[in-house]
Structures are given as structure tokens and as C-alpha cells.
Design a protein around this ligand. Structure first.
Ligand SMILES: Cc1cc2nc3c(=O)[nH]c(=O)nc-3n(C[C@H](O)[C@H](O)[C@H](O)COP(=O)(O)OP(=O)(O)OC[C@H]3O[C@@H](n4cnc5c(N)ncnc54)[C@H](O)[C@@H]3O)c2cc1C
Length: 466
């Protein structure tokens, strides 16, 4: 295995469970890729460098079968999955209960929300299996009906189904996780998938930090006999010992460098056309006090989506996609220390946030992000003790898979959603015998679910004799 992100570790576990001996090479001094924690600000403060909310671990058809609790992983469920504050000082609060959420959307949209979400949440297990697992012709009527709704743009779905600006704003916030403009096809599907996860599984954080996810996966892998070597970057396939298979938890651009002239011209040209999406500007703070949201409901939510109205969020996502900096960006905010007291010393708090920016952008977004938070949580700036900022180049230095700051392993629009990294019946296999791709640049794409790695390892096991 090259790379110890959640997909690399899931692939390694799949191989080890099948009785194969596995060794993982990780470039960085610590394991985990997008699931690392670090003391980015002050001693005693645990910050999640990349991912922090783990709905997809609970939704993952593979990870949910692993004994991760026995290997030290504990999830903390905030009172409510997420909130979307508005300029009038109120917020839309998405609760675990569909009824409570629908009730808060009022007469205008409550019923439409329940009608849309209830059947999906009732079939959440099947839906997540279908979205994250290998394509299968199961539950064809249900999946066809979901597909027809999900293939729409978030803009179209909200226009057709909902009347209130509040509901539309909330849907913009959840669909914008896609990092794809909200007028593009299939952005409705991202929003719906995450809403189903919010109601059916919750949007938990990991007690002690994201690193615990990686550590639990690594501990289980070692219990199966797997080996992990850190601080060893693989620059060419020739660096690896002989083995029956090599699985690469890297994106196409790195793969082309690592595999070099062993990649046949046709496949090289196809991989070279792979597109990366917008990047992120990531910030972490140590605070002297928790955020004081104007909308008190936000204090109950694990994740807060900032950006105001549907139109504002749509414009900010379009800007990042088209290469422009927006001065009122959509910002995702999580304050883990509100729900997990192991993250900061008593009386202090840690705060995590990022916004989308053009791929490779060099603009310093610190003041812009802090202004967006201040807009909905006045006094925030006064509570800052230490801040830590990472632009796209810093993010990529932390983890080479985050090309130009792209956290999704490549643009996830309709053109690349199902055909990552190239259109193929076996997208994990490369033309080099025994060499596979298994990062989030393969299906089902972004998120901490391990399914790219698991599915790539199954493909390898099918092709390689024991
Ligand atoms: C700021 C940010 C916030 C995010 N928030 C969330 C969230 O809240 N929830 C969620 O589900 N997802 C989130 N994500 C996305 C999630 O982290 C990724 O989708 C996921 O980590 C992808 O896993 P992976 O195994 O494909 O790759 P990665 O996690 O990127 O791991 C790749 C690993 O390979 C190593 N590597 C790369 N090149 C080499 C080499 N040549 N030799 C050896 N090792 C190498 C890297 O160092 C890294 O450890 C976020 C990502 C970022 C950056």
C-alpha cells in the first residue's frame, strides 16, 4: 500500500482479512491522511487538520463492520447534526428527528421536507449501500426514484420543492459540501445524501480527535498482521519490495509520477485529463470562550454552515469553481470542544473551519473567514487566543493528495462522479499488472468511508491468485 489515508487503511484491512500479508508506506511521520489531529495552536488543544465529522464512517458498508470501538474509537453525537444561521438572528436547525426538523420549517415547507426525506431515511441503509458500495441492481424502484431526484441541481430541487428562503438556504449549505456549483446536475444528490445521514446516523465527531479514526483502523490492521511504515515517501514503484499487488492511495497526478514510464500512453493521456476541483483555505483557532451565536440553536449543532441565503452561497461556490475569490464565502464551522472536553483545557475551546477557494489560490482568507464567523457570532474575534491558517499550498504540503487544496481527490461534478479516475468497468485497476488506484479519486469519491480502498482491494483479490 502507498498511503495510509482511510482508503489506504481500509484497503490494507480488506487484504489482511483475506489472509494476505500487507505493508503500508506512509510519506508523513504520522498515519491517517485526511484523518490526522495535531496541536496546531497551543499545548492541550487538539485540532483536526482535515476531516472532523464522521457521518460517512457510520454509513460505510465496510467500516461499520469493523471492530473499531474495540480499537479505541468512540463517536460523540452533538445534540443536532447541523445548523444554518441567518441574518435575522434565527437558524434552521437540522435535528436527528425528521419531524422536529420539519416542524421548525413551519407550515410553508415542513410537509414537503417530510415527504422528501422520510422515505429516504426509512431506507437509509440500502441508500448508503447503493451510494457507497459497488453498483448492484437491488431495490430498483426505490433507487430509480431517488436517482431522478438526486440527479437534479440543488438549485432546481429547492426551487421546485420548497417555498421558504430559510429552507432553501439550509439546502444550499448542505449541498455545497460537494464543492460543485449549485446549478450543476447531481448537487441535489449530495445534499440529500448528507441529510439522510444526518437523520439516520447523525454527524458525529471522534472523541479525542480525528486521529483516533486512523489509529483505530491501524490498530485493527496490526491485529491482523499488517505492517505500517511511516516517514517513507514512495517516488517510484521501483522503491517497493516485490509483491503481488501494489495499491496506491494517491491521486492520478501523483500516480503518473510514481509509475513513470510504466504507464502506457493511452492510459497516461486519459489520467492526465483528470480534473481537480476548488481548493480549501483551512483555519483552526484556540479560543478563550465558546462562540456566542446570535441564533442560540447553533449551540446545539455539531456543524454550522455559514453564508446566509441560497443566492449568496450559490454565488460563493460559483466563484471558487470559476477561479474567483469571494469576499463572503460559504464557511463550514465545527467547535468540537463543545461536545468533547478532551479537545481543549478546561474553559478553553478549539474551533475548526474552512471555505472553498479556487484551486491553488494564494489569497489569505483569514480576515474574510473571521468576518463571516463574526457576522453570525458577534464577539468571536475577541475570544481568539491563537489562530492557525493553511492555504491550498500548505494543505497540499500536509498531504500530497490534496492537489491545489482540493479535498475531494478531484472535481466531483457529474462528469467525474461515476468515471473517476477514468471511465472503466474496473476503475481501480491500471494497465500495469497488479497495480491499483484506491484513493478518493476512485468511486465512490470524497469522504471518510474507506469504500474506495475496500472496493479496490476486492478488485485486486479477484484478479490476483492466492
Ligand atoms: C480540510 C478538510 C476537511 C475535510 N472534512 C471532512 C469531513 O469532515 N468528513 C469527511 O468525511 N471528509 C472530510 N474531508 C475529506 C476526507 O479527509 C478525504 O475524503 C479522505 O481523507 C480521503 O481519504 P484517502 O485515503 O483517499 O486519502 P488521504 O486521506 O488524503 O490519504 C492519502 C495518504 O497518502 C499519503 N501519501 C500521498 N502520497 C504518498 C507517497 N508518494 N508515498 C507515501 N505516502 C503518500 C498521504 O501522506 C496521506 O497520508 C476533509 C478533507 C480536508 C482536507
Amino acid at each position: 500500500m502507498i498511503g495510509s489515508g482511510p482508503n489506504g487503511l481500509a484497503a490494507a484491512i480488506t487484504l489482511a482479512q483475506a489472509g494476505r500479508s500487507v505493508r503500508v508506506y506512509e510519506a508523513q511521520p504520522t498515519i491517517g491522511g485526511g484523518t490526522r489531529s495535531a496541536a496546531l495552536t497551543e499545548s492541550g488543544c487538539v485540532h483536526d487538520v482535515c476531516s472532523t465529522v464522521f457521518a460517512l464512517v457510520l454509513a460505510s458498508p465496510f467500516l461499520k463492520t469493523l471492530p473499531l470501538a474495540a480499537h479505541g474509537l468512540e463517536f460523540v453525537q452533538p445534540d443536532a447534526p447541523f445548523a444554518h444561521p441567518l441574518d435575522d438572528g434565527t437558524a434552521v436547525l437540522v435535528e436527528r428527528s425528521i419531524d422536529a426538523t420539519a416542524a421548525s420549517l413551519g407550515a410553508e415547507d415542513g410537509r414537503a421536507y417530510r415527504d422528501l426525506l422520510a422515505p429516504l431515511v426509512a431506507n437509509a441503509g440500502n441508500l448508503m449501500d447503493a451510494l457507497l458500495g459497488p453498483p448492484r441492481l437491488r431495490h430498483p424502484l426505490f433507487m430509480a426514484s431517488f436517482g431522478l431526484t438526486a440527479i437534479q441541481s440543488a438549485a432546481r430541487l429547492t426551487r421546485r420543492r420548497f417555498r421558504s428562503d430559510r429552507t432553501r438556504a439550509m439546502l444550499a449549505g448542505v449541498a455545497a459540501h460537494s464543492m460543485v456549483p449549485l446549478e450543476h446536475a447531481a448537487t441535489a444528490g449530495y445534499g440529500l445524501g448528507l441529510l439522510v445521514a444526518a437523520h439516520a446516523m447523525g454527524w458525529p465527531i471522534a472523541r479525542g480527535g480525528a486521529q483516533r479514526v486512523a489509529d483505530a483502523l491501524a490498530s485493527y490492521l496490526r491485529s491482523l498482521g499488517g505492517e505500517i511504515i511511516t516517514g517513507e515517501r514512495i517516488d517510484t514503484l521501483g522503491q517497493l519490495p516485490s509483491s503481488r499487488a501494489v495499491l496506491c492511495d494517491v491521486t492520478p497526478r501523483q500516480f503518473l509520477q510514481i509509475a513513470g514510464d510504466r504507464v502506457p500512453g493511452n492510459y497516461r493521456r486519459r489520467l492526465a485529463r483528470y480534473r481537480y476541483g476548488p481548493g480549501v483555505f483551512k483555519m483552526d483557532w484556540a479560543l478563550n470562550a465558546p462562540l456566542r451565536w446570535r441564533a442560540r440553536a447553533c449551540c446545539r449543532a455539531g456543524t454550522i454552515h455559514l453564508g446566509g441565503s441560497f443566492a449568496e452561497i450559490a454565488e460563493s461556490e460559483r466563484a471558487a469553481w470559476e477561479g474567483r475569490i469571494h469576499d463572503k464565502p460559504y464557511v463550514l464551522v465545527v467547535q468540537p470542544s463543545l461536545f468533547d472536553d478532551s479537545r481543549a483545557p478546561a474553559g478553553r475551546h478549539v474551533l475548526w473551519a474552512y471555505c472553498h477557494v479556487p484551486n491553488g489560490a494564494t489569497a489569505d482568507m483569514t480576515a474574510i473567514i473571521e468576518r463571516q464567523i463574526e457576522r453570525f457570532a458577534p464577539g468571536f474575534r475577541d475570544s481568539i487566543s491563537t489562530r492557525h491558517a493553511m492555504g491550498p499550498a500548505d494543505v497540499e504540503r500536509h498531504n500530497a493528495n490534496l492537489v491545489g487544496g482540493d479535498i475531494a481527490g478531484g472535481a466531483a461534478d457529474l462528469g467525474q462522479l461515476f468515471t473517476r479516475p477514468v471511465a472503466s468497468f474496473n476503475p481501480y485497476a491500471t494497465p500495469i499488472e497488479g497495480v491499483y488506484l484506491c484513493s478518493s479519486s476512485t468511486p465512490p469519491g470524497v469522504g471518510v468511508h474507506g469504500m474506495c480502498g475496500h472496493r479496490a482491494a476486492l478488485a485486486a483479490l479477484r484478479q490476483i491468485p492466492s
